[in-house]
Design a protein around this ligand. Structure first.
Ligand code: ADP
Ligand code: MG
Length: 322
């Protein structure tokens, strides 16, 4: 278990982490979600004692990282920094880590096997692809067979096969009863991996909820309608007491409406429909709305609370700095 209490980090004027209080529990994957610059990496560095809190506290099974005996056997971590480039082979990198932490050599072979790097164990790590480097980092995190694992944006830059592998690994580690804490700036990624969700924006806690509750509370379902007789249709729908949202593109949207009901009303009044389709708002949209005010730099000024899903390119925009 990782417990944060009022955890705060300032860099000069900048409050990178602002009074975070939450717990990361064993047996599930906890997703740590927030746009770039939200404070995820800073929080994770403080968990490992690599950065000192300005205020508040973070404990691992009740203790500060610095006070853990053989810390690698308590908590293993893959941090954001893609630092793993040396003249050493994958095997020697892990062996050094093992030897300086009192971990037997046999364990090096085990973790190389787990991450699928056995065939390249004697190759120099500096020639590794990003995906292989991530696997080596994960092997290092697993080395001490820790009960707690922390991964900072582990799927960044990986190919689909690597992403699939990491997802399954995290789920199986949690299924073994371990605490798994993984950060991402992508809701789509968290939706597929996490059982629990901690969302932050500009260092502040925005949500601490089960994934299922988040989905239930944030999945807006609506019916999208397009008709050449738009004004008549609006009159009919309003007459039937149905609230309609008019979107900029000439579409009409009815929150929580049934397409059958709307289609039959239109037929009764001989109104032609060009589209009548049930829609589900994406979790991305819910995440963006939750964090909208806390995003440091917007890709472009979008009208707030537009009912239509925002275009995907925003995700590849400024949020992906760094
Ligand atoms: P995330 O990992 O969620 O993208 P970070 O924890 O890396 O966010 O950064 C949070 C904020 O703190 C950002 O505004 C970043 O610029 C700032 N920050 C992080 N590290 C430092 C540092 N060493 N010095 C000054 N500012 C920093
Ligand atoms: Mg980060």
């Amino acid at each position: 278990m990782i417990e944060l209490e009022g955890l705060t980090k300032r860099y000069g004027e900048k409050v990178a982490v602002n009074n975070l209080t939450f717990a990361v529990r064993p047996g599930i994957v906890t997703g740590f979600l927030g746009p770039n610059g939200a404070g995820k990496s800073t929080t994770m560095r403080m968990v490992l004692g690599l950065d000192h809190p300005t205020a508040g506290d973070v404990r691992i099974d009740g203790q500060h990282y610095d006070h853990l005996r053989d810390p690698l056997t308590y908590i293993g971590a893959l941090l954001d920094a893609k630092a793993m480039h040396g003249g050493r082979s994958a095997f020697h990198h892990l062996l050094c880590l093992a030897q300086s932490n009192g971990i037997p050599k046999a364990r090096v072979h085990e973790v190389l096997d787990t991450v699928g790097l056995t065939p390249v164990a004697n190759k120099k790590a500096k020639g590794f692809s990003l995906g292989m480097g991530q696997r080596l980092g994960i092997a290092g995190a697993l080395l001490g067979d820790p009960r707690i694992l922390m991964f900072d944006e582990p799927v960044n830059g990986l190919d689909p096969e690597g992403i699939h592998w990491i997802r399954n690994l995290m789920k199986s580690l949690a299924a073994q009863g371990r605490t798994v804490f993984v950060s991402s700036h992508l809701m789509s990624e968290m939706a597929l991996t996490a059982d629990h969700l901690v969302v932050i924006g500009q260092g502040r806690l925005l949500a601490d909820t089960s994934m299922a509750d988040f989905i239930q509370q944030n999945s807006r379902s609506y019916v999208r309608i397009r008709s050449p007789q738009r004004e008549r249709l609006l009159d009919v729908l309003h007459g039937a007491g149905i609230t309609v949202v008019e979107t900029g593109s000439g579409m009409l949207e009815v929150d929580g409406g049934k397409p059958e009901h709307i289609g039959e009303l239109a037929a009764q009044h001989q109104i032609v429909l060009h589209e009548l389709s049930p829609q589900q708002a994406s979790l991305e949209e819910a995440f963006m709305q939750l964090t909208a005010e806390s995003v440091e730099y917007h890709a472009h000024a979008d009208t707030p609370h537009t009912p239509t899903p925002r275009p995907a390119p925003q995700w590849g925009g400024d949020w992906k700095r760094g």
